[in-house]
Design a protein around this ligand. Structure first.
Ligand code: PMP
Length: 402
C-alpha cells in the first residue's frame, strides 16, 4: 500500500477557495473581494512606480546571486527597523534592536513565535484578538505556542469591544504574550484610537504582558507610514520590550517577493548580540537564509530620498483610493438606495478590509446570484471595487439585505 494511504484530505484554504470560485465564474459582472491584494482603478494588480525604478537601479548594477547572511541584507534590516521604530526610538539609537530579514510578514511571525517558544522565560501562551487573521492560529501553534483569544470585535456595534478587550487582558495570567495588530486590523478594519492604545499600553504594563505587534499594513491605514506606526512607537516610548513582525507585501506591493522583517527590542547592545545569535539558530534550520531580490528593491527605496518620497506618495495614493471607496459605498447605500440598516461602519473602518456585517447566508447569496465573492464572515477587500463596479456592488448589497 502507499505510504500515504491514510492521509486525510485537508480542508481547502478559505480565501484561496474564493479565488478559485471567482475564476470559474463566467459572468462578466463578477467581482472578487476575497483576497487581500491591492487592485488599481481598473481592477488590475499594481506595481508601484518607485518599485519599478528601484528594480531598474538594482538590475543596472548587475548584482551577483550569492547567499545573504542568515539574518538577511544588513542595510535592509537597518532601514526596515528605522521605518517602524522611527529615528527618535531609544532602543534603535542604543543599538538595542535585534532584527532579521524574514519571508514577508508570515515568516516574521513564525520566527517570532519560534523564538518566544524557545527563549521567552515566562509563558508559552499567546493571546490573539477575536477574530484575527486566519493564519495567526496555525502559525503560532506550529511555532510551539499555545493560542488563546481576547475579545476584540463587537458584532452589535460592528466596532471595537473595548471593555471586553480590557477585561480579557486584565484577566490574562501575568507575563502572557499578546498579539496586537499595529494598524488596519485584519479582518475587521477596526482599530483602537490613540487614547485606547495608551490604555492598552497601561494594562500591558500592569499585567506584565509581552506585546507582539503584527504590522502588515504600515502606511495602508492612514496613508502615512509614521502615523500608522504610532501604536508601536507609543509602546516603545513607554518602555515596553516588544516583538515586531513587518511586511512589505502591501505597502510596497511586493507580495510574491516575500520581503519582511522580525525584530525584538532588548536592554542594550550586549543583550541584542546574544538575541541576534539565537535568532540565527532559529532561522538556519528553517531556510538557511532569505531571498535577495525583494530586499534589494525595498532597501533601494528606503535608502534613496527621492525614491522614498515617491514611495510615500504612492502608499498614500493607495490608502486614499480605499478611503474614497468607503465614502462612495456608504453614499450609494445610505443616500442613493436608502438601503435598510446602518452603514457608517464602512466609512469608519480602516485599511484594506471592511467587515460589512453581512451574514453568511447573504454572502453566499451574493456569490450565487450576483457573482460577488467575499469571505463568508462578510469581509470585503475594498480595493477590489472601482468606478466600473461600485454601483453594481451597492445595488447587489441592497438586494441582498432587503
Ligand atoms: N499579518 C496580517 C494581519 C496579514 O493580514 C497578513 C497578510 N494577509 C500578514 C500578516 C502576512 O502577509 P505576508 O506574509 O504576505 O507578508
Amino acid at each position: 500500500a502507499s505510504a500515504w494511504a491514510a492521509v486525510p484530505a485537508g480542508p481547502p484554504d478559505p480565501i484561496l477557495g474564493i479565488s478559485e470560485a471567482f475564476k470559474a465564474d463566467k459572468d462578466p459582472r463578477k467581482i472578487n473581494l476575497g483576497v487581500g491584494a491591492y487592485r488599481d482603478e481598473h481592477g488590475k494588480p499594481y506595481i508601484l512606480g518607485s518599485v519599478k525604478k528601484a528594480e531598474e537601479l538594482v538590475n543596472s548594477t548587475n548584482p551577483d546571486k550569492e547567499y545573504l547572511p542568515i539574518t538577511g541584507l544588513p542595510e535592509f534590516t537597518r532601514n526596515a527597523a528605522l521605518l517602524a521604530y522611527g529615528e527618535d526610538s531609544a532602543p534603535l539609537k542604543n543599538g538595542a534592536v535585534a532584527v532579521t530579514q524574514s519571508i514577508s510578514g508570515t515568516g516574521a511571525l513564525r520566527i517570532g513565535g519560534a523564538f518566544l517558544a524557545r527563549h521567552y522565560p515566562h509563558s508559552k501562551t499567546i493571546y490573539l484578538p477575536v477574530p484575527s487573521w486566519g493564519n495567526h492560529t496555525p502559525v503560532f501553534r506550529d511555532s510551539g505556542l499555545e493560542v488563546r483569544g481576547y475579545r476584540y470585535y463587537d458584532k452589535n456595534t460592528i466596532g471595537l469591544d473595548f471593555e471586553g478587550l480590557k477585561a480579557d487582558l486584565r484577566a490574562a495570567p501575568e507575563h502572557s504574550i499578546i498579539l496586537l495588530h499595529a494598524c488596519a486590523h485584519n479582518p475587521t478594519g477596526v482599530d483602537p484610537t490613540l487614547e485606547q492604545w495608551a490604555e492598552i499600553s497601561d494594562i500591558v504594563k500592569e499585567r506584565k504582558l509581552f506585546p507582539f505587534f503584527d504590522m502588515a499594513y504600515q502606511g495602508f491605514a492612514s496613508g502615512s507610514t509614521s502615523r500608522d506606526a504610532a501604536a508601536v512607537r507609543h509602546f516603545v516610548a513607554e518602555g515596553h520590550q516588544i516583538a515586531l513582525a513587518q511586511s512589505f507585501a502591501k505597502n510596497m506591493g511586493l507580495y510574491g517577493e516575500r520581503v519582511g522583517a522580525f525584530s525584538i527590542t532588548t536592554k542594550d547592545a550586549e543583550e541584542k548580540a546574544r538575541v541576534d545569535s539565537q535568532l540565527k539558530i532559529v532561522i538556519r534550520p528553517m531556510y538557511s537564509n532569505p531571498p535577495l531580490h525583494g530586499a534589494r528593491i525595498a532597501n533601494t527605496i528606503l535608502s534613496a530620498p527621492s525614491l522614498y518620497a515617491q514611495w510615500e506618495g504612492e502608499v498614500k495614493g493607495m490608502a486614499d483610493r480605499i478611503i474614497n471607496l468607503r465614502d462612495e459605498v456608504y453614499n450609494h447605500l445610505t443616500h442613493d438606495l436608502k438601503t435598510p440598516g446602518e452603514w457608517s461602519h464602512i466609512k469608519k473602518q480602516i485599511g484594506m478590509f471592511s467587515f460589512t456585517g453581512l451574514k453568511p447566508e447573504q454572502t453566499r447569496a451574493l456569490a450565487e446570484k450576483a457573482h460577488i465573492y467575499m469571505t463568508t464572515d462578510g469581509r470585503i477587500s475594498m480595493a477590489g471595487l472601482n468606478s466600473g463596479n461600485i454601483g453594481y456592488f451597492a445595488e447587489s448589497i441592497d438586494a441582498a439585505v432587503r
